[in-house]
Design a protein around this ligand. Sequence first.
Ligand SMILES: [Zn+2]
Ligand SMILES: [Zn+2]
Length: 272
Amino acid sequence: MAELALARFVPPAASGRRLPGLPGAAAVRRAVTRLDRPGPHGSAADVTTLPEALRRFLAHPRPPVLLGAVGAVAAVRYVRGPLRRRDAVTAAACLGAQPFVEWAVHRCLLHAQPGGALGSIGYQLAGYGHEQHHRDPTNLDTMFLRPREVTAGAAAAVAVAALAPPTAGTVAVCLGLGALAYDWTHFLIHTSIRPSSRYYRRVWRGHRLHHYRNEGYWLGVTSPVADLVLGTAPGRDEVPVSPTATGAISRGAARRAPRPAPVPPHSLARPA
Ligand SMILES: [Zn+2]
Ligand SMILES: [Zn+2]
């Protein structure tokens, strides 16, 4: 049944279906489809140097969309007036909040499961895509933030930067920079580049444990601070290998609980 549902699933961006109720939705859909060219885009494991990582990051269709979105929000904030002391204070607060925002998004949105209204919405928005990433962590087809979510978020952020008080625009820019830092760091962690600094080794090791040990822990990607504060950074052997950890089945750690196939968002809207 799951295979049948998966075969029927066509991402909305490529399905040709209209987005109901939105004027110009067809044009937006066509533009997003062009932005999000299908793969295969290769494997992050093939990347062994920093210049190569930067080249692959910029050559992939998805990250430049995020770069453009952050640039657009920053440009709108710029025309609203010069940065003042309150903007510096706001940016510092955003920097302090970033690990916790990232932790919460990873735990509540990226790992949302179907079941219940909020879980199903989260799963459709981001959980399904992140589940694909967990099933094949180095696959560049499912590595980066998707253009349809990025453009939707950017539209909201541009509106905030244009219409709300300038400080709110500064917050929007900081959120965009946080997403960019996440996308780049996350990609880098999945390459074959070995960590060369103590800080980066810490987040590198944490994210690999998140994938290969237990997805309920080590939820920070750009920073370990939230995991340390919120108690999700245990020692490696203090938590069991989860049944759904990448490679757990092949290691024989979960033979009695094989990983279920993901439920595509389409089947949530239309029960099989
Ligand atoms: Zn990952
Ligand atoms: Zn995850």
